[in-house]
Design a protein around this ligand. Sequence first.
Ligand code: KG4
Ligand code: ZN
Length: 332
Amino acid sequence: MLILALESSCDETSAAVVEMEGDSKKILSNIVASQIEIHRRYGGVVPEIAGRAHIEAVSGITHEALDTAGASLSDIGAVAVTNAPGLIGALLVGMNFAKSLAYSHNIPLVPVNHIKAHGAAAYLEYPDLKPPFLALIVSGGHTCFYEVKDYTDWRYLAGTRDDAAGEAFDKVGRVIGCPYPAGAEMDKLAAAGDPSSIPLPSPALHGTLDLSFSGLKTACLNYIHNLDQKGMPVNRENMAASLTAAICGGIYAKASDALDLTDAETLVLAGGVAANSHLRRALADLCEKKKVRFCVPPLSLCGDNGAMIAAQGYYEFLSGVRAGTDLNASAN
Ligand code: KG4
Ligand code: ZN
């Protein structure tokens, strides 16, 4: 069946048409309109501006997704849409557009959780991948482990108690002059730096599977400000490499514990920060050591996109999830 999916939870408006049938998964279109250039001058996402930009983009993007896929609305078996979590004003735009499309064309409407959808991106890359598995979702807003018992049955295991890993990359990156969002540039800078040059606290908390990135972020900012007060420049490569080592080290340790605890045979890494080359390598090494299958979506499916919403939407549809025009969005 063909799924038309819409995503507007943060700063990308995306629409996709994906053909899903058993183990066969085919992305026919996956159009992403990024607002990054708009938000860059403010150093982060401005929710009000994001909502307005989604309104401008959503209709054109949806038509482009249908045209690229060579499909019309009469071919669509379900409209999937992100309804949580995210910026509330941003979510409402995609959700209300999806509602009106579904209602006016009498197509089933399926609400999708954005975090589960990040994990579902892996089904598109590994058509044979099936639950159960351990999912690690690392993005700008989340860093969490889930036991994925079934396609729609996710149990929260552990995660960050404060900031997400992506937030730490973005905030430290901003102070050393990387444009928003800093993750991709920090990735490149880190490759040229010495990861042991700046002593930083580990984000791995003791006696729990949880993580905490706010102390690490503050330690980086204090280090940079101290140098600044002495009139000394920070070595950007070393800062990026040290922060990356701390983040990857903490996540590696907790992923190792989570695999032991759950006896999982597969680890799925997903979310925007799953694009990080150092994190991908670290977790691939961990899985090789533990003889666990490692699945991570290609870079094009790590950031927010409609195809991942379609993938999760398909399984929600199969499990009978439907929404009416009273569907609401939720920021959490
Ligand atoms: O999943 P996503 O697109 O949006 C949220 O749901 O939050 O994740 C965005 C985050 C940003 O913090 C961005 O800096 C980060 O993913 N990111 C990266 C890389 N590419 C994107 N972080 C580290 N290394 C990267 N290569
Ligand atoms: Zn996301």
